[in-house]
Ligand binder design. Structure first.
Ligand code: PGA
Length: 247
């Protein structure tokens, strides 16, 4: 049975006092669960605050080189040395705003595999691709490109997050039919690429998940949890999503 995952992607939000307040409220709530894991992906300066609070702490980004003259970047070894447990790769904001292409994303995937470092690979189509009706081919091509250096033996490191770009931060999540269609296509594609081990890869949905739509989204087949931006910044709202995941 695949483990469910609820992951908070804080992006470039929250000051240190706000992180402290988030963690304070977090400690007052009941996060117990069967077969589900909670993760927080904060700005890098707060990684150790998250780790010390006993939460799964993940980085929002990583560079594929081991060390050297790469100003502003973080290596896998550096992240592991402070207890970071996983990383986001290929978020659409990295791809669009910071020009990360499929080649770079594949290099990051390969570096994670070499270091046995778990990662969430984000994929998703833009609005014009959705309108043209080529969204399935577009997302599956991203997966083929991004995962081409990953072998089946390293598949246990992979979580996929399907995040339609038009749904991120827009308040307009994909509808249940759209989510079901894409998550099934991703599942089939993982099995095509990696054989039956592809059934074990958790596939998350992301894009305007909130307290009102979470339970319905989590009930879709092949949705193993969510990657959540805006609704993760308030621990009380995030806790409602956690409850919806158990429902
Ligand atoms: P959102 O962001 O929940 O604010 O739409 C999701 C994401 O970008 O991971």
């Amino acid at each position: 049975m695949r483990k469910k995952i609820l992951a908070a992607n804080w992006k470039m939000n929250l000051t240190q006092p706000e992180v402290k307040a988030w963690l304070h409220t977090y400690q007052t709530l009941d996060w117990s669960a069967l077969n589900a894991s909670l993760r927080v992906y904060p700005s890098a300066i707060y990684l150790q605050d998250i780790q010390r609070a006993g939460l799964h702490c993940g980085a929002q980004n990583v560079y594929f080189e081991a060390s050297g003259a790469y100003t502003g970047e973080l290596s896998i070894e550096q992240l592991q040395s402070v207890g970071v447990q996983s990383v986001l790769i290929g978020h659409s904001e990295r791809r669009l705003l910071f020009k990360e292409d499929d080649t770079l994303v594949a290099q990051k995937v390969s570096a994670c595999a070499r270091a046995a470092f778990p990662f969430i690979l984000c994929c998703g189509e833009a609005q014009d691709i959705r309108e043209a009706g080529t969204h399935l081919a577009n997302v599956l091509a991203q997966l083929s490109e991004n995962l081409r250096l990953l072998s089946s033996a390293d598949l246990h490191l992979l979580v996929v997050a399907y995040e339609p770009i038009w749904a991120i931060g827009s308040g307009l999540s994909a509808d249940l039919d759209q989510i079901t269609e894409m998550q099934q296509a991703i599942r089939n594609h993982l099995v095509e690429l990696f054989g039956s081990a592809g059934h074990q890869v958790p596939i998350l949905y992301g894009g305007s998940v909130n307290a009102a739509n979470a339970e319905a989204i989590f009930s879709c087949p092949n949705v193993d949890g969510a990657l959540v931006g805006g609704a993760s910044l308030d621990p009380l709202v995030f806790h409602q999503l956690w409850k919806a995941l158990q429902a």
